[in-house]
Design a protein around this ligand. Sequence first.
Ligand SMILES: [Zn+2]
Length: 257
Amino acid sequence: MRLKNCQIRIRHGIKDLYICYMKSIKYGTKAFMELLFPRLCPVCGKCLEVEEQFLCGRCEEDFPYTWSWAFGENPVERRMWERVGIVAAASLFFYRKEGGYGELVKKVKYGGDTALGRWLGRELGRRMDESGRFVGIQAIVPVPLHPLRRWRRGYNQAEIIAQGIAEGLGGVKVEMHLLRRRKHTGTQTKLSARERSANVKDAFAMNPRVATRLSSEGVRHILVVDDVLTSGATLSEAVKPLLDSFTVSVATAGFVE
Ligand SMILES: [Zn+2]
């Protein structure tokens, strides 16, 4: 009996040693790669430590969460309600030009950083799930780019964030083809609120075939996703064509105060 216990202990000891050894190799390889290709924190520009994934510890600690997922009648919902009748809305963080956090969206939008975009989406989706305010969502629809712009950029940042949110919500499906952008609008960044609204008016249409399919599958509640909510002009135009057929909530990574 004693001999058997001893053998088991040795076996466990060897297994622990092996796990420890493999961990060291993994850490060492990562550290070596960091030495060759140092990664920088997109917010403050500091060199990331091996165990830091996207942000440095300091920037992760100071992350400007909106907490909008946790309570109703939040600023994100109020901004949307000025334009359109959605059920609920949430954004992950306050998007400010100063402070560096705006770089996160820029890296996804112009730098094609899919891992960062998915992470932002996952972080939001997980919090939405835990809040219990978004339990009825059955499909996620990213705000589409005009096909010409999507072709030029090679990806749609809203799709990347939507995929992350879908993961965070526990595997809700992402439906890419329900909305179509029929107007090739220029950049919205330098326009006033009124100009933005005029620029995107009637820019989106719903694909009736996809809508019929989703309805027949029992989908009633859809989450429309974009990268940043500024005036709400683009998101509300994307929501409008869906309202006759579906109940709609919205989510964005950034929220401009
Ligand atoms: Zn940092």
